[in-house]
Design a protein around this ligand. Sequence first.
Ligand code: FES
Length: 208
Amino acid sequence: MSIDRFPHSAKEERFEFEPGARAELDRIIEKYPVKRSALVPALTLAQRQNGFISSAVMQHVAGIFEISPMEVWGVVTFYSMLKTHPIGEYHFQVCNNLSCALMGADPLLRGLEARLGIKAGQTREDGKFSIEKVECLGACGGAPCLQVNEDYFEWATPGMLEEIVSALEKGEYVPPIGADEVAPPGAGAVAAADGGGESGRSGDEGRG
Ligand code: FES
């Protein structure tokens, strides 16, 4: 069955799990009484290997779970953490919902766009960074929240961005900052000082 009509699959490629990833998937599948329950972990593994969920990924995963690619597509489009287009090596997600908007998400996003030289929805030419405005990340108590790949940075401020981006540019690990941390002095002040509640439109999809 072909699903070439999906817009992100114009350039089809082959995909199959690398041996290590396939072994990990088999271990995950064994944990569930119903094989299909491991579909999201399977797609997460596939995304980690391929960078995003392509048509070839969906067809390969569908074969493993003995379901149709369309059923896989339905799951892929439901979960925002599953990407249907290439993203940067480091994918920045800035929450745009109420708590974060009130606490400074807008200046945070503007600062990130300025530092990386791309707009939300874009990937930098070198493929290193991409930015996305997202709905609630479930960390409202640490607003504004920034997610980089799988790590959260709560109480994020524009001032933190230089340290984070500079370290990532050098390939260094940046430890996440979670809600269990004590709110840094001045957290929330950004919103008041910079009109954090105002809304801003992001740029178009595509490479910057
Ligand atoms: S509103 Fe931003 S994490 Fe919930």
